[in-house]
Structure formats: C-alpha cells, structure tokens
Design a binder for this molecule. Structure first.
Ligand code: NDP
Ligand code: 8X3
Length: 252
C-alpha cells in the first residue's frame, strides 16, 4: 500500500489521478480548496474497502496554510511515496500590454509558488526515507510559448525547469522526479481561464477530441508503477488532433 498526495483533486486531472490510484487500495491524501468536493470524492473512493482517504482543504497560495496542512498529518500519513503536484490554473488570455496584473499574480502564486511550498514541505520527508516520487503536471505551455499565453506559459516553463532542478537536487537520495506535460485536456481549466464564460470555455474543445483527464491519470499511474531503477523524466502528451500548442486540427 502506497501513500499518494495529490494537489488539486477536486476536479479534472487531479480527481482522475485520485480515482486511478484508489483502484489498488492505496492511502490517498486529496487536497484542494473545495472541501465539499473532497468529502464527496473521499466517499466515492472509500467504496473500495482497501482505500483510505484523508482530505486536506487549503489554498496552495498560502505558505502558512500549506505548512499547517502538512504538519497536521499524523505520522501514519507522513510516509508519502508519490506527490502529484497538479493544482494549477490559467486566468485570462491577453497580450502583455493589456494584461491583468491580478491574473498574473494568481497564476504565479498558484503554479510556481504553491508548487514550491508543497514540495518544500514534503520533499524532506522523502529524502529522510531515501524514497519517493514527485510527479509535476506541467504543460505543452511549458515547452512552447503561444500567442496571449505569456504569463501562463512562463509559469509552466518554470515547472519544466523546477522538475529538472528537483531531479538534480534529489538524485543522491534516489528520489524520482517526473514531469507530465499535457496538451489540451477537457476539464474545468478553460472555465477558470475564461472566468466563468462557459460557452467560450466549451468552444475550445469543439471540433476535435481533446485529451480526457483519465488519459493523464493513466500516464501518472504508469510512471508511478515502474520498477525502482526506472524513471520517466518527461512526457509530452497531446490529443492526436493537436500538433503543437497553437495548432489544433478542427472539423468545423
Ligand atoms: P481544473 O480546473 O479542472 O482543476 C484544477 C485543480 O487545481 C482544482 O482541483 C483546484 O481545486 C486546484 N487549485 C487551483 N487553484 C488552487 C489553489 N489556490 N489552492 C489549491 N488548489 C487549487 O484543471 P485541470 O485539471 O485541467 O488542471 C490541473 C493541472 O493541469 C494544472 O496545473 C494545469 O495547468 C495543468 N494542465 C491542464 C491542461 C488542460 O488543458 N486542462 C493542459 C496542460 C496542463 P480548488 O478549486 O478546489 O482549490
Ligand atoms: C493548458 C493547455 O493549451 O493552454 O496547459 O497550453 S494550453
């Protein structure tokens, strides 16, 4: 039985990860701000009698909130085998000269600083045991920069770079670090990016089959279940209809 810690498990990719890792009867720590959703998911996952779920509701942008949440875990939950750094978001889609600074700060605080706060709190638990696997959910936006993507792309480039840095820093402890970088996945991502304009969000996925959150969860599960001597450093996963960040072939 492994202990898996997933950020952003209330929706999309994180929720799909929780579901796939629960199949084997693992111990899951699921996190996000929306406590009701965490409790609903806990109930669903614990219908597998071999699965035990602990929920932690906090805002990843708060250093104190992150540290309190991790410190609140009792010792039986602290042997974290797999950390999935998934919580993240894009907000807005503007040129730099028209950008909303509040949107930039939300993205930087969540996608970079939040991921760092979590990693800083959990990685010492892994290095002390000389065992652990960190899976960072990056993006094709961390490999390429697309029009209007400026700050979101920069935050995901930071995740790309931090994934390499974490691997370098913790290699001597046998810690695995994997980045999974998806193209377009149909989740609540676009609803958040377009600030609740759901018609606009839905139109992003019209005319082609996007990735489903389960496709990314499958990849995370595969990476987490390889033999001890094998690590996938980096996976770029696209819908077949998407050739690059900016090129999606649509039948409309
Ligand atoms: P969703 O919007 O469906 O899920 C995002 C998750 O992140 C939610 O569970 C949300 O929980 C959590 N989250 C956001 N902000 C915070 C915060 N401040 N504190 C704690 N949790 C937070 O989107 P996805 O599943 O698509 O996104 C997951 C990751 O995948 C992100 O890092 C995203 O950048 C990346 N990604 C997504 C792609 C896509 O096309 N969908 C493609 C490439 C990468 P809550 O709101 O309850 O706090
Ligand atoms: C999320 C997908 O298309 O905005 O990372 O890069 S995209």
């Amino acid at each position: 039985m492994k202990t898996i810690f997933i950020t952003g498990a209330t929706s999309g990719i994180g929720k799909a990860c929780a579901r796939i890792f629960a199949k084997d009867g693992n111990k899951l720590i699921i996190t996000g701000r929306r406590q009701e959703r965490l409790l609903e998911l806990k109930k669903e996952l614990e219908s597998n009698k071999d699965t035990i779920v602990h929920t932690l509701s906090f805002d990843i942008r708060s250093k104190e909130g992150v540290n309190q949440a991790i410190e609140s875990l009792d010792n039986s939950w602290k042997d974290i085998d797999v950390l999935i750094n998934n919580a993240g978001l894009a907000v807005g889609l503007n040129k730099i000269q028209d950008g909303e600074i509040d949107d930039w700060e939300r993205m930087i605080d969540t996608n970079i600083k939040g991921l760092l706060y979590i990693t800083r709190a959990i990685s010492p638990l892994m290095t002390a045991r000389k065992s652990g696997h960190i899976i960072n959910i990056g993006s094709v936006a961390g490999k390429e920069t697309y029009p209007f993507g400026n700050v979101y792309c920069s935050t995901k480039h930071a995740v790309d770079s931090l994934s390499k840095a974490m691997r370098i820093d913790m290699v001597e402890f046998g810690i695995k670090v994997t980045q999974i970088a998806p193209g377009a996945v149909e989740t609540e991502f676009s609803n958040v990016r377009f600030k609740g304009d759901d018609a606009k969000a839905d139109s992003i996925y019209n005319g082609f089959e996007p990735l489903h959150p389960e496709d990314i969860a499958d990849a995370a599960y595969y990476c987490a279940n390889l033999p001890k001597h094998v690590n996938i450093n980096d996976m770029l996963i696209m819908p077949t209809a998407q050739a690059s960040a900016g090129l999606i072939h649509k039948n409309i």
